[in-house]
Write a protein that binds this ligand. Structure first.
Ligand SMILES: [Zn+2]
Length: 206
């Protein structure tokens, strides 16, 4: 585990991407599901805050992304998969204002930031949210989820552009185009994000 404050960043682990019946199922996502479960359990057991993102699209809104319709508001496909589900998550709507609980004195154990575009920083409150999570000093953002070639990439680059420490869990990310994964991981390293693994974060499986 990295030294100092740590925040887990769970990117878009929703049914439409990870469930075989989902509208935009990523075939490469099957093998990461056990690791997503381990990371989620680890966060719960150790009180590590999870900043989760979720695509949230309206059916009548032109999709700004080059994808088929997915993660429609209130649909089954927009739900998180079993492995990363967090009952009681504080949900921030796509145009909602961020109100940290108890006037900002406590960090939510799990926050779901809903967004209309694949870049998490497209949310008008994203900068405030990220600053809030790193207010206690240099914080390491441990990033995992989907898809490496879109949403995960935006999160990694956006966090690095803002000067944050980033570790990418290489065995807990999956790409729409699996062949792009090695190149994407190289690119993340070039912008200063470190690589890590589920074992390195959670400890080897006993
Ligand atoms: Zn989307």
């Amino acid at each position: 585990m990295p030294a100092g404050p740590v925040v887990f960043v769970d990117i878009d682990t929703q049914r439409d991407f990870l469930d075989p019946r989902g509208s935009l199922h990523l075939s490469a996502s099957e093998e990461i599901r056990p690791n997503l479960a381990r990371l989620t359990t680890f966060a719960r057991d150790r009180d590590i805050p999870v900043l989760a993102t979720a695509c949230s699209h309206e059916p009548d809104q032109p999709d700004p992304e080059p994808f088929p319709p997915h993660c429609l508001v209130d649909s089954k496909g927009a739900e998180r998969i079993e492995e990363t589900r967090w009952p009681g998550s504080l949900v921030l709507a796509p145009d909602g204002a961020f109100e940290p609980p108890h006037g900002g004195e406590t960090v939510p154990s799990h926050l779901t930031l809903q967004k209309r575009k694949y870049d998490l920083f497209s949310h008008p409150e994203a900068d405030r949210v990220v600053s809030f999570y790193s207010k206690s000093g240099p914080t390491t953002f441990v990033v995992y989820g989907v898809a490496t070639d879109y949403c995960v990439g935006c999160a990694v680059r956006g966090l690095r552009e803002r000067g944050h420490r980033v570790r990418v869990v290489t065995d807990a990310v999956a790409a729409v185009e699996p062949a792009t994964l090695p190149g994407a991981l190289d690119e993340f390293e070039k912008v200063g994000a470190e690589r890590t693994t589920t074992d390195a974060i959670c400890g080897p499986q006993g």
